[in-house]
Design a protein. Sequence first.
Lengths: 99, 227
Amino acid sequence: MTNPVFATGDTVRVKALFPPGHVRTPFYCRGKRGRVERVIGPYPNPEQLAYGERAPDALVLYRVTFPQGELWDDYEGDSSDVLELELYETWLEQDEDIA
Amino acid sequence: MSHSDDHHHHEHPTGHSHGMYDVDPTHEHPPQPDIEDSALTRFQLTQMAVEELLVEKGILTPDEMRAQLERMDALSPAQGARLVARAWVDEAFRTRLIDNSQTAAAELGLDIGPMPILVMENTPEVHNVIVCTLCSCYPRYLLGFPPDWYKSRSYRSRVVREPRAVLTEFGTGLADGVRIRVHDSNADMRYMVLPMRPAGTDGMDEEALAALVTRDCMIGVTLPRAA
C-alpha cells in the first residue's frame, strides 16, 4: 500500500478522529482542509512504532499546506499566511477544492 | 542548564561583600544542590540500566559511548551557517541544497545525519519559521541542541497560531505583504530556514558571511544582519 493515493495540489481533509495513544497528527489540524504540498514517500507507521511493532506498515507521508484562516477562526495575520505539516495517508481523505 | 548551575555562584544580600576586612567567617551560604539530591526518574533509571546492559553484553564500550556524546556535543549552528554562506555565494549550490540537503552538505564534508532535512528558502515574498508542536524535533545534526525556548509550550503553541506576534517578540519585523509559512516538524522530516543574504555584505567572503548566520535565523525567528 505504498502507491500514493493523493498527488501534489490535491485538496484533502484531515480526518476528525480522536483515537487514544501515540499519534503524530496534531489536534489543531483535525477536520481541517488543506492542499498536498508534496508527496514525501513511504514511512513506517508511527502509531505502530510507538508500541514496539517490529514490522510496522509503510504509510505514504505527505506535506500538506493549510491556509491559516482554515485552522484558526480568529487568525489575525495576512490571509496568505500558511502552515505546513506532515500527515500520513491514513489520516487524509479527498475533499472539494479550496478556492 | 542555567548559568547558576554551572558555577559556584550565590546571591548575597545588598551590602554583603567578600572584601578582605569585612567577612564574617560564620556567615552562611545556601547549600548548592548536587545532582544526586533529587530522586532519579523512571526514565533516568531505565537509561542507566540499558547503558550497563550494553556494556555488560559487549555491544558498546564505555569509550564508544563517551565518543558519541562528544560528537553530539560538538554539533553546532556553525555547520548550518556554512551551508547558508555557501548557498549565498554559489547559486548552483543553493539549488542543490534545496533539492537535497544531505548530498549538498556532503560536498562540504558535513554529515547531516539520517533524517531528511528540508531547506526552506526565504524570499522577498515569503518568510519561513520552524516549530515542532508535538515535542521538540530539531535539525540537531545541522544546528546542535535546540534552545530551551524552542522546546517551551509557549513557543510551540503560539508560533503556529500567531506567528507574527511571536516574531515581533524576537525583534523581527517583516515587510508588508510578506507571507509567512510555518513548518510544523511533526513527523519524519526536519527543517532548516535558508535566510536571505542581508544588504551591505557585498564583497564579504564565505567565512565572514557564515559568521552572520545565527541559530535563530536558521529557525526563522530572526533575520541575519550585516554586523
